[in-house]
Design a binder for this molecule. Structure first.
Ligand SMILES: *[C@@H]1O[C@H](CO)[C@@H](O)[C@H](O)[C@H]1NC(C)=O
Length: 188
């Protein structure tokens, strides 16, 4: 028999148990509400959703990014509205996937070789017989004298910088400056 006794045999639950169950219900409800609130808050806070919701801002972001980079590796707008590199993939590449080759070609390059009249025969000749053959149009030689023989061999790619033939810092900087000027004029 309970401490409080049964009233008319109808009250089967003790007040202690009842209070406990009521408290439990309140706690469960509170937890559930907190969980719901947290879920909806975290959804609003996700950047991807915010970008997708504001299509105009997303479009502007892509346009600004691409124009700032002269459309080098441009971003595109994916189906989900998130701007990203077109080559981007969230999938894990399989072992057989091949790496996409870079888009830079030989025509994009400017190859500069600094030299001096003393080394035309001993060093330039070897370059001309080997790798120069693979990039004749891209390679330029910066020297310090006129050399009709090598001018012919390089198809006019010998540039006389008129700088000193010494190996001093000043002479090397003088040649470097002609190399930079020629590079900028080449638009490579
Ligand atoms: C070097 O001097 C020659 C003759 O004065 C000139 O034609 C040529 O443009 C000069 N080279 C450079 C790189 O300034």
């Amino acid at each position: 028999m309970s401490e409080y006794g049964d009233v008319g045999g109808k009250e089967k639950m003790s007040p202690k148990l009842r209070r406990f169950l009521q408290t439990l219900l309140v706690v469960i409800l509170a937890c559930y509400t907190t969980l719901l609130a947290y879920q909806s808050l975290s959804r609003v806070g996700t950047p991807s959703v915010r970008i997708a919701e504001d299509a105009a801002a997303s479009e502007k972001l892509i346009k600004d990014y691409n124009s700032n980079n002269n459309n080098y590796l441009p971003l595109v707008r994916a189906d989900d509205g998130i701007p990203r590199d077109p080559d981007f993939t969230s999938e894990i590449p399989s072992a057989t996937a091949t790496v996409k080759p870079p888009t830079t070609t030989l025509e994009d390059l400017f190859i500069s070789v600094k030299t001096t009249k003393h080394y035309h025969q001993s060093r330039l000749l070897i370059i001309l017989k080997t790798w120069f053959q693979l990039a004749k149009a891209q390679t330029w030689f910066f020297t310090d004298s006129e050399d009709p023989e090598f001018q012919k061999k390089t198809n006019g790619h010998m540039i006389n910088t008129n700088c000193s033939s010494s190996h001093s810092r000043k002479a090397l900087c003088c040649k470097m400056s002609v190399e930079f000027d020629t590079f900028i004029e080449s638009n490579k």
